[in-house]
Design a protein around this ligand. Sequence first.
Ligand code: ZN
Length: 299
Amino acid sequence: MSVSDEIVAEAGTGNTVKVKFWIDNWCNGKRFKERFPGLFKIARNKQVKVAKCVTKLENENQWNLGWVRPPNSDAEWAQWWNMLYLPNNVRFKPESDTWMWKLNNNGEFTVAAIPKQIVKEDVLETADEWKHWNSWIPPKVNYFTWRAAIERIPVKKELIKRRIPIDNQLCLRCEEEEESADHVICGCIRSKPIWKSILVWLKVPTYTQFERCTDVLEHVTSLSGSKEWKKVINTVLQTTMWNLWKARNEMEFKGNIRSGNNIVENIMADSFIWLKSKSKIQNIVWERWVDFNIRDIVK
Ligand SMILES: [Zn+2]
């Protein structure tokens, strides 16, 4: 469930609205400035009033927050993702300065209800319950694949759903389809050949076509092999997802198109480094890794 889809907030208009989006404690709990410090830093107007960042459309409103630049660090992206849970449906009630929230049309709750709901949702989706967590790869990569699998990465489809204004919903790498998490990672014509190359390299059946991010992660369980070998395969598949996302961001924010070969080389290099530093197969040498000649090392 998405909390933000079910929330209606009401606020006063005119001079009564002085509440500042980043600075004031209007959403219970922490002020956004403290909750999203990385985003606060790149916010164009740090004094913006809540009422001023909302544009009224017919029955809904659009949040318009200006940025000095797009998020570019892991911390900033994590905060960006979390901010997508912001209530996005704000209605103005004349001559009133109260904020109210409505959940599920069943009744109205005070604003205090919201952060609890958000915490509740996060608990449901905690990384502890994420069965694909892989201790050989960095937490940021685990975090990314988990968010991608539950469609909580800032692709255009998700931003549009959350009424964040963007110019063009198409995937910039193919300019043909709407950009969703599954499209970027699996469906894009620029991603498919990379999966093919990786499966060939891993010496596993190559007829597999991944439609969704979860297909990629579930794929490992369908293969026959030892637990350790499967963990190596899982490492490579998650590294592939991560590198496809990085390639997407380079296109999106810098206009660079990376070649398929370049992406594949990066996947091999990243997974090699991570296995060397964390796994039990630290003795693997690069020459054998690029040939995926590991059967006698991995039990
Ligand atoms: Zn595409």
